[in-house]
Design a protein around this ligand. Structure first.
Ligand SMILES: C[S@@+](CC[C@H](N)C(=O)[O-])C[C@H]1O[C@@H](n2cnc3c(N)ncnc32)[C@H](O)[C@@H]1O
Length: 426
């Protein structure tokens, strides 16, 4: 397509991914890096039947919420989408996204305004990053393609993670590492420990020993290097431990390379406290922690309630949950490994509250019938995707569930991702 200059376009709205939206003679155009109320000059780079995509050329009239993005690769890198918005406007945007999803997809009518828990830390908050390798480049994928955009330091990550990335990038340049697709760094905010997880294709030039010696010297808090296995095969430790400690609520968990944990350690505590308060204020005694991970919610609730039933698919996470419960002397939490939609069906007990914390895809559709059969009165639904949350709420409403409270916990400043907690009651 021949790229076309749009000399002037008014931005009216924001799409779900934070891109500005304007109308060009009735035709919808998305432009990243623009804000509602702005007039911009743009270059149309993709023209589809129902909408087009353009790149910002010049801001003609700027929004009062515009700010200079601190990251030098912001306009290219796909990691962040909202750095050009001041932080309070980012939170407003997320609140609007959540409310609109509940109205439009969830067909919810009466629900309270979300309680907002803005992040205390706008920067350096993430405890995990996955980097991609391309030739001698290391970084995140571009906004438009799977091209790797290298960077010096990522402002969302703490210094330890940036330093491990730098060491790996140097090893790649010096051919001490010769190939690979990606690697992940996980770091603990409570214990100053990091774990490096290499994908199975990462190969050393001469020996792992050489790689390990350099990485350890440059990164004193590195606790272990682990390499994932091919396909579903088990991975292996290359050096050191394959777990890091992280405090969550009242307990310290040991987390392996495959166990889920929330990427924002500070805001995870806010989420945990909020979930705990809801369950305890309702005086629930028998609770379900579904999509439990290592049982962070269930374990932190166990000493306050009669029984907890935790269901999770990951073997590694269940093993950690069981180990933690035993270590903490909690004999009223039961872990079951498997798919929630299958395992929950076999559970005879009635529960007075279930916590649901599914992945982005939301809950399995078979779950609603089971929740109804088990006469669950209260649901605490934790979601990182307003669209699938709203879709699931649309299934729950005809069963008699209503939204009682709504919390937006900003786990992901500078990005369009939204984390929220909804309490539903029947
Ligand atoms: C968003 S994480 C939440 C984990 C945990 N609640 C926490 O905060 O640490 C979702 C979890 O659901 C698990 N999972 C995904 N699909 C599942 C399924 N069908 N049945 C059970 N667990 C599932 C994943 O392994 C992951 O641990």
């Amino acid at each position: 397509m021949v790229e076309e200059i749009i000399p002037e376009l008014k931005i009216n709205d924001l799409g779900h991914d934070g891109r500005g939206v304007g109308k060009l003679n009735g035709y919808t155009v998305f432009i990243p890096g623009t804000l509602p109320g702005e007039r911009v000059r743009a270059r149309l780079v993709k023209k589809k039947k129902r909408f087009g995509e353009a790149l910002l050329e010049e801001v003609l009239d700027a929004s009062p919420h515009r700010r200079k993005p601190p990251c030098p690769v912001y306009s290219e890198c796909g990691g962040c989408q909202l750095q050009h918005m001041d932080y309070s406007f980012q939170v407003e945007f997320k609140q609007d996204r959540l409310v609109q999803a509940l109205y439009r997809i969830g067909e919810a009518q009466d629900f309270p305004a979300p309680r907002i828990h803005a992040a205390g830390k706008e920067w350096n908050y993430r405890n995990k990053a996955t980097y991609h390798l391309q030739g001698s480049q290391v970084g995140f994928f571009s906004r438009q393609s799977r091209r790797v955009i290298p960077h010096e330091e990522c402002a969302l990550l703490p210094q330890e993670v940036n330093q491990i990335k730098k060491s790996l990038a140097d090893l790649l340049k010096q051919k001490i590492i010769t190939s690979g697709k990606n690697f992940t760094v996980r770091t603990s905010f409570s214990h100053q420990q990091s774990l490096l997880i290499l994908d199975q294709s990462v190969k050393p030039g001469s020996s792992w020993e050489k790689v390990t010696t350099i990485l350890r010297k440059e990164n004193p808090e590195l606790l272990g290097i682990y390499q994932q296995g091919k396909g579903k095969r088990e991975g292996r430790g290359i050096w050191g431990k394959s777990m890091i400690k992280e405090k969550m609520g009242d307990y310290t968990f040991e987390l392996g390379p495959a166990t889920f944990f929330q990427v924002n350690s500070e805001q995870r505590e806010v989420l945990l406290e909020r979930a705990k308060k809801i369950v305890l204020d309702l005086n629930c005694r028998n609770i379900g922690d579904l999509y439990a991970g290592a049982g962070v919610f269930g374990i932190n609730l166990a000493k306050h309630v009669d029984r907890v039933l935790a269901i999770e698919i990951s073997r590694e996470a269940v093993a950690e949950g069981k180990r933690k419960a035993q270590h903490a002397g909690l004999d009223n939490i039961e872990f079951h490994r498997g798919e929630v939609e299958r395992v929950f069906a076999k559970m005879p007990r009635e529960l007075d509250c279930v916590l649901l914390d599914p992945p982005r895809e939301g809950c399995h559709p078979n779950l609603w019938q089971l929740i109804e059969e088990k006469k669950v009165k209260n649901i605490v639904y934790i979601s990182c995707n307003p669209a699938t949350l709203a879709r699931d709420i649309a299934e729950l409403q005809p069963l008699g569930y209503r939204i009682e409270t709504l919390d937006l916990i900003d786990m992901f400043p500078q990005t369009y991702h939204v984390e929220c907690l909804v309490r539903l009651c029947r």
